[in-house]
Design a protein around this ligand. Structure first.
Ligand code: PRP
Ligand code: URA
Length: 209
C-alpha cells in the first residue's frame, strides 16, 4: 500500500505498549497518546516546503531555512482525536484546529456526523486528520469526504493504530490521502474493534467506562 506510512521508532513502540496495556490509567494513557502524536507529526510533516531567508547570528550573516507554502490545519475526529491535538500543537503551534464530530452507530458500525466546525480558510490549508483508531475506515472516509466537499485538496490522515480493513478502504476510496500510523494490527473482531488494539480509544482517554 503505497500511501501508508508505518512509523517505526523505539519511543513509539514503547509508548504503544503503554496504551495497549489495559492496566494503564487515564493520565498515563492520555500522555502517551499525545506523545505518540507528536512523534508521528515529525514524520507526517517531513515534506513541508522550506524557503531560505537571510538572518544574522551573533557571529555572522547567513542564509537559513523556514517553513513556507500552505499553512497547516489539524482536524481531530471527536472524541478520541482530541487526545492527539496537544502533541501536534507542541511542534506546530500556528496550526489552526477544526473539529469533526463522528460516532460509530453500535448496531451498524457506520459513522454518524454530529458536529463540524472548520477554520474559514480550510480550503487553502494542508490538513491532517487526527484519530487514534482506523478500524473499518468508515469514520476516516466520512471525514475526508467532508473536507473535500469544503474544497480541501491536500489531506493526510494520522492514526495511532490501524486495521488492514480501514487502511484498505481509505486507500481505495481516496488514493491521494497519505496515512501515517504507529502500528498496523491484525484484524477487526465481530464488533469491528481492532485486535489486539487498545479497546475504545474515547473511553480510555476520557475515562467514560
Ligand atoms: C472511534 C475512533 C474512530 C472510529 C474508528 O470513535 O476514535 O473515530 O471509532 O472506527 P471506524 O474506522 O470503524 O469508523 P467512536 O465512534 O468510538 O467515537 P468516540 O471517539 O466518540 O468514542
Ligand atoms: N474505535 C475504537 O475506539 N477502538 C477500536 O478498536 C475500533 C474503533
Amino acid at each position: 500500500m503505497s500511501n501508508l506510512h508505518i512509523v517505526e521508532h523505539p519511543l513509539i513502540a514503547h509508548k504503544l505498549t503503554l496504551i495497549r496495556d489495559k492496566t494503564t490509567g487515564v493520565k498515563e494513557f492520555r500522555e502517551a497518546v499525545s506523545e505518540i502524536a507528536m512523534l508521528l507529526c515529525y514524520e507526517a510533516t517531513r515534506d513541508l516546503p522550506l524557503k531560505e531567508i537571510e538572518i544574522e547570528t551573533p557571529v555572522a550573516v547567513t542564509k537559513s531555512k523556514v517553513i513556507s507554502g500552505k499553512k497547516l490545519a489539524i482536524v481531530p475526529i471527536l472524541r478520541a482525536g482530541i487526545g492527539m491535538v496537544d502533541g501536534i500543537l507542541n511542534l506546530v503551534p500556528a496550526a489552526k484546529v477544526g473539529h469533526i464530530g463522528l460516532y460509530r452507530d453500535p448496531e451498524t458500525t457506520r459513522p454518524v456526523e454530529y458536529y463540524c466546525k472548520l477554520p474559514e480558510d480550510i480550503a487553502s490549508r494542508e490538513v491532517i486528520i487526527l484519530d487514534p483508531m482506523l478500524a473499518t475506515g468508515g469514520s476516516a472516509v466520512a471525514a475526508i469526504r467532508l473536507l473535500k466537499e469544503k474544497g480541501v485538496e491536500h489531506i493526510k490522515m494520522m492514526n495511532i493504530i490501524a486495521a488492514p480493513e480501514g487502511a484498505a478502504l481509505v486507500e481505495a476510496t481516496y488514493p491521494d490521502v497519505e496515512i501515517y500510523c504507529a502500528a498496523m494490527d491484525e484484524r477487526l473482531n465481530e464488533h469491528a474493534y481492532i485486535v489486539p488494539g487498545l479497546g475504545d480509544a474515547g473511553d480510555r482517554l476520557f475515562g467514560t467506562k
